[in-house]
Structure formats: structure tokens, C-alpha cells
Design a protein around this ligand. Structure first.
Ligand SMILES: Nc1ncnc2c1ncn2[C@@H]1O[C@H](COP(=O)(O)OP(=O)(O)OP(=O)(O)O)[C@@H](O)[C@H]1O
Length: 250
């Protein structure tokens, strides 16, 4: 069974038909990249998986989005609980104006967990998984805002991991970062894939080629081609994909 599945998904923002009949399946413990020119619907589609589009007025979603075989739009699910299983990392690192420790512990605290030993262990484990522990272990009380952009983004990933999601959605997670921080995030994505299902929106073709197992190419709200990443970049079936990945448009 696919971890994530979309069946004939159509999404409208008012009159604007932003996603047109998208169907695709995503396997567990894989990295899937969404690529395509600006405005083609990548972020909109990504947000369908954690129902973040619910927060947008005028947005209407049709079709089915299944997680572990369950339709998250039709079944009466608890959206807040659901979002806990689906972590999200945004383009700009968005740590809270709190200490490094409290940023990571935040999700646990709002779930009512206050047991100090458990919090300490989870904060350490999450920071280790996010490859940040060695850099911050002596400064856990320091403000998260004092970290570099790349460290802040890894902190946001640690914050996401602390509540043990099974899926991590990443919307251009490295586009605001320098090349060294970007390389760290890419390495991290590679390491996390053993335990999580990762979907990443990226404008960076090399990044998609480096980090993902499968790539989906979107254009004007349609899914044009979806295949193993090596096929998309070296032997795409559609001309539009070929033109995009070789930089002829977009
Ligand atoms: N909140 C919104 N209200 C109305 N239209 C929207 C909204 N968000 C996105 N759109 C429109 O939906 C279409 C798809 O946008 P989306 O942000 O998903 O594209 P994208 O491929 O992620 O683009 P980018 O690469 O520039 O981030 C665009 O035409 C956009 O203008």
C-alpha cells in the first residue's frame, strides 16, 4: 500500500482551477520531489496532504487524499491530530522566539507532556536526528534566533521530528540557505528517509536529482510526468519534462 495517495484531486481557489485531476501514489520511506515552474501548483498539492489548504478561504478540494489508505478529507478525522503525523518544514526557517530546547520541546508540551527526563531525551534525540546536536548541546538555553539560518532550519526539522510524524513535507527547505547549509539539509533528508516518508518541493533541479527517489513534474496545475528520478532527468517520456529539466523553460 502507498503511504500517500492522491486520486483525481482537483483544487479551486475561487474561480482559479489550481490542481487538475492529480493522481499519484507515494511509497513509504522514500523521498519524492515535486518540480515545475513557478505557479504550477507544487505547494498547493503538498499542502493537500496536511489539509493546510483548509486554512485558505475560497479553497475547494475534490477527489481523494489517502494516508495509510485512509481518506483524510472524507473520514471524520481530527485535523489537529492528523497534522501531528504529518510534519511540515517551510522555505524560511521559522523558529519560535524561545530557547533552542523549548523550540524542540514545544510540540510535546502542547500535547501535555511535562516529564523532564522524557523531554530531555526527546530534545536530544530529535536534535541528533536533525544533525544539530553537536553544534548546540552546550547552548540549549540560548535563543533559537541567535542560530544561523541553516542551523535554524535544522532546528525546525528537529522540532518537527520531536512529535514523531511519519511523513515530512518540505516546501523548498533549502532555498533560503547557503551552499554548505543546503548540503547539510540534503544529507539530512537522505538520512531521514529510513524512518520517514519525505516529500520535497524544490526549484533546484540538481537538488531534486541528488535527494529524491522519485520526481513528479507539474505544469499549469497538471501532473505531466511522475517516475523514478533517474528517468525524469535522463530519459523523460514527455517533451515538456525534457524541456524543463534541461532548462529550456521555467
Ligand atoms: N491562497 C491562494 N489564493 C488564490 N490563489 C492561490 C493561492 N495560493 C496559490 N494560488 C494560485 O494557485 C496556483 C498554484 O500556486 P502554488 O503556490 O501552488 O504554485 P507553486 O508551483 O508552488 O509555485 P512556486 O514555485 O512559485 O512556489 C498559482 O496560480 C497561484 O497564484
Amino acid at each position: 500500500m502507498n503511504k500517500l495517495e492522491a486520486k483525481d484531486v482537483n483544487l479551486h481557489y475561487g474561480e482559479k482551477h489550481a490542481l487538475k485531476g492529480i493522481s499519484m501514489g507515494i511509497k513509504a520511506n522514500s523521498v519524492t520531489a515535486f518540480i515545475g515552474p513557478s505557479g504550477c501548483g507544487k505547494s498547493t498539492f503538498l499542502r493537500c496532504f496536511n489539509r493546510m489548504n483548509d486554512l485558505i478561504d475560497n479553497c475547494r478540494v475534490e477527489g481523494e487524499i489517502l494516508i495509510d489508505g485512509r481518506d483524510i478529507y472524507k473520514n471524520r478525522i481530527n485535523v489537529v491530530d492528523h497534522r501531528k503525523k504529518i510534519g511540515m518544514v517551510f522555505q524560511k526557517p521559522n523558529p519560535f522566539p524561545k530557547s533552542i530546547y523549548e523550540n524542540v520541546a514545544y510540540g510535546l508540551r502542547i500535547n501535555g507532556i511535562s516529564h523532564k527526563k522524557y523531554l530531555d531525551e526527546t530534545v536530544e534525540k530529535s536534535l541528533r536526528q536533525a544533525a544539530l546536536w553537536d553544534e548546540v548541546k552546550d547552548d540549549l538555553k540560548k535563543s533559537a534566533l541567535a542560530l544561523s539560518g541553516g542551523q535554524q532550519q535544522r532546528l525546525c526539522i528537529a522540532r518537527t521530528l520531536a512529535v514523531e510524524p511519519s511523513v515530512i513535507l518540505m516546501d523548498e527547505p533549502a532555498s533560503a540557505l547557503d551552499p554548505i547549509s543546503t548540503a547539510k539539509i540534503e544529507e539530512l533528508i537522505h538520512d531521514l528517509k529510513d524512518r520517514y516518508t519525505i516529500v520535497i518541493v524544490t526549484h533546484n533541479m540538481q537538488q531534486a536529482a541528488r535527494v529524491s527517489d522519485n520526481t513528479a513534474f507539474f505544469y499549469l496545475g497538471e501532473l505531466i510526468e511522475y517516475d523514478e528520478t533517474s528517468n525524469i532527468f535522463t530519459n523523460p517520456a514527455k517533451e515538456a519534462t525534457q524541456n524543463y529539466v534541461t532548462g529550456r523553460f521555467g
